[in-house]
Design a protein around this ligand. Structure first.
Ligand code: ADP
Ligand code: MG
Length: 448
């Protein structure tokens, strides 16, 4: 992708001055993170890393990503309600992956006891990269969908003002006007409020489950601040910003998760929806016929969804898995090996992937992974700003996320919408990792 910031990125002195202005504006707008030295304290905070300029994104791909979001909401909701599909899809994986198995045990137990909750709330974020193609027109390809603790909707609501400011300082008023407004935190809060309303108890609370050491607190506060504080004890909605990684669970936490799952509060997500967000489910959804089975009578939605799927391959024991492994070993740079993990930094690429595949080849353990085609976007230049580092002009690639919200009461879908976007940009030398992992930085799409 060509950038029209080309000459601006060459002028070092101007960049430094612009960076100072941008950082001050980011701080003033509340684009904040707690520091890694003091992750539990708001006494000393800094700005969340971001790009000096917005990155160019083709309007057609932005529109496509927005247009398919309601379909993804429907799909996740359909998967979460299809116990047979979840059981079959995850059967090999749960034998090898303890974390997924524990989640699945809770799912089975509440199914057996009868699901107490009647209101279901989904707040997710579907992530994409722009695969370059030989004819020059990039294609939107999904990286994954996050069904638990999808973050940065709060900070993404604050970054457009920063990039508008940078462009205004450069007297680029017309360009500044092209930065899209974005307010995912408002939309996410409206979803929570709707689920709370349908729960139907005026004194009930919303419980936000957060990590003890949470650098990204201001992202959560942005959503909290959209909700009215109320008195009372009963919990109507449980919103997880925690609980997506094994290390976030002690034995006591597992018991608490089961307790919450048994309650009639609307969980965001409930266990089935968290399982619907696993990489194994993503891979099985790409099998021919699966989307048609889950979304019967909706061929247009199925076509929109399928158009965003990259190559996804099962590594279950058997011929299909053997062939996938052989393909990856023959061309390692074209694939990514993914375990059932969230939070960044878990995937294996290149030589590491080759070593892991050779080791896993003859072991049942390989069923806890999936193989994915590696998306190769066209790199472009931007300047990355991080606390403690000088402004750096580097070759970058971006990842676009769209936030989706849905609310279901029993069998009736009451809300289904998209509520905004997140663009994250990272230097090309990093294969993996998001903003929280210290790799990517916040950005805004500049539609072209
Ligand atoms: P996590 O749940 O840990 O966020 P992801 O599947 O989103 O796992 O992968 C983490 C990061 O790795 C992504 O943000 C992206 O930068 C990179 N990545 C993942 N899958 C691919 C892929 N198929 N092609 C290129 N990069 C990928
Ligand atoms: Mg991710």
């Amino acid at each position: 992708m060509a950038t029209n910031w080309g000459s601006l990125l060459q002028n070092e002195q101007q960049l430094e001055e612009l960076a100072r202005q941008a950082v001050d504006r980011a701080l003033a707008e509340g684009v904040l993170l707690r520091t890694s030295q003091e992750p539990s304290s708001s006494e000393v905070v800094s700005y969340a890393p971001f790009t000096l300029f917005p990155s160019l994104v083709p309007s057609a791909l932005l529109e496509q990503a927005y247009a398919v979001q309601m379909d993804f909401n429907l799909l996740v909701d359909a998967v979460s309600q299809n116990a047979a599909f979840l059981e079959q899809t995850l059967s090999s994986t749960i034998k090898q992956d303890d974390f997924t198995a524990r989640l699945f045990d809770i799912h089975k137990q509440v199914l057996k006891e009868g699901i107490a909750q009647t209101v279901f709330l989904g707040l997710n974020r579907s992530d994409y990269m722009f695969q370059r193609s030989t004819d020059g027109s990039p294609a939107l390809k999904q990286i994954e969908i996050n069904t638990i603790s999808a973050s940065f909707g709060g900070l993404a609501s604050r970054t457009p003002a920063v990039h508008r400011h940078v462009l205004s300082v450069l007297s680029k008023t017309k360009e500044a006007g092209k930065i899209l407004s974005n307010n995912p935190s408002k939309g996410l809060a409206l979803g929570i409020a709707k689920a709370w309303e349908l729960y139907g108890s005026t004194n009930a609370l919303v419980l936000l489950i957060a990590q003890e050491k949470e650098r990204n607190i201001f992202d959560q506060r942005a959503i909290e601040n959209e909700l009215l504080a109320r008195d009372g004890q009963e919990i109507a909605v449980v919103y997880f910003r925690d609980g997506y990684m094994p290390r976030q669970y002690s034995l006591q936490n597992w018991e608490a998760r089961l307790l919450l799952e048994r309650s009639c509060a609307a969980k965001c997500p409930d266990i089935a929806t968290q399982l619907a967000g696993t990489k194994k489910v993503q891979q099985e959804l790409s099998r021919p016929g699966m989307l048609e089975m889950l979304l019967p009578g909706q061929p247009e939605a199925v076509a929109r969804l399928r158009a965003t799927f990259a190559g996804l391959y099962s590594l279950d024991m058997g011929e299909e898995g053997d062939q996938a492994i052989a393909k990856a070993l023959a061309a390692p740079s074209r694939f990514v090996l993914k375990p059932q993990r969230e939070g960044g930094g878990n995937n294996l690429y290149g030589e590491e992937m080759v070593q892991a595949l050779k080791q896993l080849k003859d072991s049942e353990e390989r069923a806890s992974y999936i193989l994915m085609e590696k998306i190769e976007p066209e790199p472009f230049e931007n300047c990355l700003l991080r606390p403690g580092s000088p402004a750096q002009v580097v070759q970058c690639i971006s990842e676009l996320g769209i936030f989706g919200v849905y609310v279901r009461q029993e069998k009736t879908l009451v809300m289904n919408k998209h509520v905004g976007h997140l663009l994250r940009t990272k230097a090309i030398e990093h294969a993996d990792g998001g903003v929280a992992a210290g790799v990517a930085v916040l950005d805004n799409p500049y539609p072209v």
